[in-house]
Design a protein around this ligand. Structure first.
Ligand code: GTP
Ligand code: MG
Length: 425
């Protein structure tokens, strides 16, 4: 590259101004995720931060699972429009099964939506409502003791997906010396467990010094209130107690001002940028790798999207063919098995038929035998019947030839007796 000195004013030094005016006309979006147990002061802090009253609705302690509730507001300060989304993790810390999954899933879904928009043929990223979470304010309960295991597990799960700023909520409920120890304990616990919280950037000279100082103040101990109390002759936002007043914007009372400065005034753009260049990039990379895309092939040779697509297509077709072959083989085996089973059944049936046939023949033979016997008996009976009838006829004939009635009777009697004797014999 050659360095040239210009002879006069050309005008491209107005490029940053063009960028600023374009951004202003486009507007900005900023998305905050509030994670903390029910009633820890999330809504109050949001109202205090943006000096307004957002619609809120108290959550009960009986939610069946953690539910993410996003609410978007259009805010305007001077001529800058901000589309602010506040997402509440409703029911967090109340469940028996303390699962951070819904929060992780919500963050991933916003990344996925953005990725899908990016991958569209006709993209409209210019007016796309970016819902990716730019910062997670993690509300720590002011126990003065140590972090709960739920806090550590949740922050560990979230730290590669979102910029985490830990804050000690309701800091007015903890004494100054306890607070100092509590802050140190929290930081050493986070460090020991490898939880990466958001560090205010120190690479930009303009803000390096203040950001370095603020990094040392983490986690911020904050107090929230929208109530105005008269202190001296001024109305200030504060919490009034029987023993005194805690002023929200008094830096010797709490770190609210530090949080507001860091989150909104100094580092809002860095949070947005980190979300895009670090967390979203990581999600996108994993997702595309999962889909089989890569920048370099074997031996670190660059590979184009087209090549990856072709390779994947071939792999897919090969796999499909293999699957088809497997299914065909399975089908053939099944048919063979069924055939064998059918043959077995047929054999069994044949055997049963043969047995039945044999039994039937045997029965038939017996019945025939019986019939023959009966026929013979019938014949014998008929013969005897005919003999009796013949004898009866003879007797009748003899009787009709006798003249005397007495003799007739006598002969008849003797005739009958001979019939009887014949029948009996
Ligand atoms: P849910 O949305 O229902 O989970 O509650 P939340 O976390 O939004 O808490 P919210 O802001 O509704 O505050 C709950 C209670 O805590 C209210 O009575 C607030 O006045 C009180 N509160 C909020 N911030 C502070 C604080 O900094 N200090 C003290 N002592 N109380 C606070
Ligand atoms: Mg709330």
């Amino acid at each position: 590259m050659r360095l040239l000195t210009l002879g006069g004013h050309v005008g491209f030094d107005s490029l940053p101004d063009q960028l600023v005016s374009k951004s202003i006309s486009q507007g900005f979006s900023f998305n905050i995720l509030c994670v903390g147990e029910t009633g820890i002061g999330k809504s109050t802090l949001m109202n205090t931060l943006f000096n307004t009253i957002f619609e809120t609705e108290e959550s009960g302690h009986y939610e069946t699972c953690v539910r993410l509730r996003p609410r978007t507001y259009d805010l305007q300060e001077s001529n800058v429009h901000l589309k602010l989304t506040i997402v509440d993790a409703v029911g967090f810390g109340d469940q028996i099964n303390k699962d951070e999954r819904p929060i992780v899933d919500y963050i991933d879904t916003q990344f996925e939506n953005y990725l899908q928009e990016e991958l569209k043929i006709q993209r409209s990223l210019f007016d796309y409502h970016d819902t990716r979470i730019h910062v997670c304010l993690y509300f720590i309960t002011p126990t003065g003791h140590s972090l709960k295991s739920l806090d550590l597990v949740t922050m560990k799960k979230l730290d590669s997906k979102v910029n985490i700023i830990p804050i000690i909520a309701k800091a007015d409920t903890i004494s100054k010396s306890e607070l100092h120890k509590f802050k140190n304990k929290i930081m050493s616990e986070l460090d020991r467990n490898g939880v990466q919280i958001y560090q205010f950037p120190t690479d930009d000279e303009a803000v390096a010094e203040i950001n370095a100082v603020m990094n040392a103040h983490l986690p911020f101990a904050v107090v929230g209130s929208t109530d105005e109390v008269k202190v001296g002759n001024k109305l200030v936002r504060a919490r009034q107690y029987p023993w005194g007043v805690v002023q929200v914007e008094n830096e010797s009372h709490c770190d609210f001002v530090k949080l507001r400065e860091m989150l909104i005034r100094v580092n809002m753009e860095d949070l947005r940028e980190q979300t895009h260049s670090r967390h979203y990039e990581l999600y996108r990379r994993h997702k595309l790798e999962e889909m089989g895309f890569q920048d370099t092939a074997a031996e670190s040779k660059p590979i184009s999207l087209q090549e990856t697509y072709e390779t994947r297509r071939k792999e897919f077709l090969c796999e499909l063919q293999k699957k088809e072959e497997e299914m065909r083989q399975m089908f053939v085996n099944k048919v063979k098995e069924t055939e064998l089973e059918l043959k077995e059944k047929e054999k069994e049936l044949h055997e049963r038929f043969e047995t039945l046939k044999r039994t039937h023949q045997e029965e038939k033979r017996k019945v025939e035998e019986k019939r023959r016997q009966l026929e013979e008996e019938k014949l014998a009976f008929n013969r005897r019947k005919a003999a009796v009838e013949a004898m009866q006829a003879q007797a009748l004939q003899a009787t009709s030839q006798q003249p005397l009635r007495r003799d007739k009777d006598k002969k008849k009697t003797s005739g009958w007796s001979s019939i009887y004797s014949l029948t009996i014999s």
